[in-house]
Design a binder for this molecule. Structure first.
Ligand code: NDP
Length: 477
């Protein structure tokens, strides 16, 4: 089998490899992907550092053309790359193609941004002095990504990093290297000069840690768990380095008595269970007022009955497998914890077998949960959702905000008054009215508050806040 190698200083290198396994069919090896070493990582950082002076001064048309070509190729190959994504991560083929299209759109957006780089010219408070405010690239950006969005998250970090003139060392999650390898191959063929983009696949404790420990990495953008995020933060403070963290969530969706039941059930089913609940923006706490509670639970349970859990590549599958055995154990452990805590298992909770051996779990719904239970406070990151019954809107809002996290929050209501109040008073970075808490646009800011995020927002024009450093220059006329 071919080994998909690391890409360092413009060369494909490395001979040790790890198997990339399909979670829908554990007999299938998606490919063999390089297992990077400390030395590989150091070489990649050195290459990115050497390439920075030239790339940071490259013309905006060159950057535009490369990013545009990459976006166009990803779009042209959306079915093939979507299938690769579905096979390595386990989300359904339509979800995976959708994610691939989004990756292409992100490259298109930043291809446009490259042509719109601008600063400000402002008069000084002193006569005959001019002030210019410009944005400089940071230098070498370390990109560390999780397994749950194998093409979109790399795209939303790589495209702005390159657009604003930075060079990159990129470490994708070891579980899902295939889409990352494909994007790097595409960007290389689109014309990136040697050393501007370096890919080092391998373990976080080896490759990622070497990036954290290097004083030559001037910025780190990280998406992943809270635990690893804390390591990124402390290592970055040690090196006085800029960093950005996107971490977990325990996203609430409030359902009020006056909600449109169909809208509420569709939003809850989508954001709780699609992509196997493995989205940082998934709704894992459904906070439902008592007047609609029983009707809502009955309708959601009826909806869950219709959802097909099966091989991600099979047509008709609504929910693919859990990503791997370790995550499956986390999910089933939390199901046991929920039962022991006294929540009522209203649906699912069982492992299931399918034609191909994979990590299949029924969508699982707990009712009669309280907001103090571990299943309501800790991120599970699987298709496991709790319903918490509350008296009224005021209790619903307080419960929604009573969490260490603050990524996304939703409300299903037909009341303008409550929708408006919720938008203003939710302690989340993103608020959805009559929409799933997951499912965001690529051209507007993405990120959370409290324990979910740290540093500037990602995506859209706001990405410049992280990937550049502002300079203020004064000139005597
Ligand atoms: P992890 O934190 O385990 O991993 C994230 C990345 O960090 C991986 O590439 C991992 O490498 C790497 N890593 C692990 N250890 C180190 C280290 N010591 N130094 C540097 N890098 C390291 O998270 P998961 O991949 O398990 O992702 C799931 C988590 O991510 C969930 O908690 C989820 O909520 C969160 N997430 C948040 C999002 C957001 O935008 N807020 C979006 C998506 C996910 P490797 O795995 O290869 O060892």
């Amino acid at each position: 089998m071919t080994i998909y190698q690391n890409f360092i200083a413009g060369e494909w290198v490395g001979s040790d490899a790890t198997k990339n396994i399909n979670p829908s069919d554990t007999n299938e090896v998606v490919g063999l992907y390089a297992d990077g070493t400390v030395e590989d990582t150091k070489n990649a950082i050195a290459a990115a550092k050497a390439a920075f002076p030239a790339w940071s001064r490259s013309g905006i048309w060159e950057r535009h053309v490369i990013l545009k070509k990459a976006g166009d190729e990803i779009m042209a190959r959306k079915d093939e790359l979507g299938a690769l994504l579905a096979r390595e991560e386990g989300k359904t083929l339509p979800e995976a193609i959708g994610e691939t299209i989004r990756a292409s759109q992100i490259f298109e957006f930043f291809a446009g941004e490259a042509l719109r780089l601008a600063g400000e010219v402002i008069p000084s408070v002193r006569p005959n002095i001019g002030v210019e405010i410009t944005r400089d690239p940071l230098g070498v950006i370390g990109i560390i990504t999780p397994w749950n969005f194998p093409i979109a998250i790399p795209a939303w970090k790589l495209a702005p990093a390159l657009c604003y003139g930075n060079t990159v060392v990129f470490k994708p999650a070891e579980l899902v290297p295939a889409c990352s390898w494909a994007i790097v191959d595409i960007l290389n063929r689109a014309g990136l000069p040697k050393g501007v983009l370096n890919l080092v696949m391998g373990r976080g404790s080896v490759v990622g840690q070497t990036m954290l420990d290097s004083p030559d990495v001037t910025g780190i953008t990280f998406t992943g768990s809270t635990g690893t995020g804390r390591r990124v933060a402390s290592a970055s403070i040690e090196h006085n380095r800029k960093f950005q963290l996107e971490m977990g969530g325990k996203n609430p969706m409030v359902v009020l008595d006056d909600a449109d039941l169909t809208v509420a059930v569709e939003a809850a089913a989508n954001s709780g269970f699609f992509s196997t609940g493995q989205r940082c923006t998934a709704s894992s706490r459904l906070i439902v007022t008592e007047g609609i509670h029983d009707k809502f639970v009955a309708a959601l349970t009826a909806k869950l009955e219709t959802l097909v859990v099966d091989n991600a590549m099979k047509s008709g599958t609504h929910i693919g497998p859990v990503v791997d055995e370790k995550q499956l154990k986390t999910d089933t452990d939390y199901i046991e914890i929920g039962k022991k805590e006294g929540a009522k298992l209203a649906f699912g909770g069982e492992l299931i077998s399918r034609e191909t051996p994979g990590f299949y779990l029924q969508p699982t719904l707990f009712t009669e949960a309280t907001n103090q239970m571990r299943i309501s406070r800790e991120e599970i990151f699987g298709p496991v959702v709790s319903v918490i019954r509350v008296k009224d809107y005021e209790e619903a809002l307080a419960t929604a905000n009573d969490t260490p996290f603050g990524l996304s929050a939703g409300i299903a209501t037909t009341s303008l008054k409550h929708a408006t109040h919720f938008k203003r008073n939710s302690e989340a970075g993103m608020v959805m009215v009559n929409l799933p808490t997951a499912g965001v646009d690529f051209h507007v800011p993405f990120g959370g508050r409290k324990g979910s995020s740290y540093g500037p927002r990602e995506q859209g024009k706001y990405a410049a806040e992280f990937y550049t450093s502002v300079k203020t220059a004064y000139t005597l006329a």
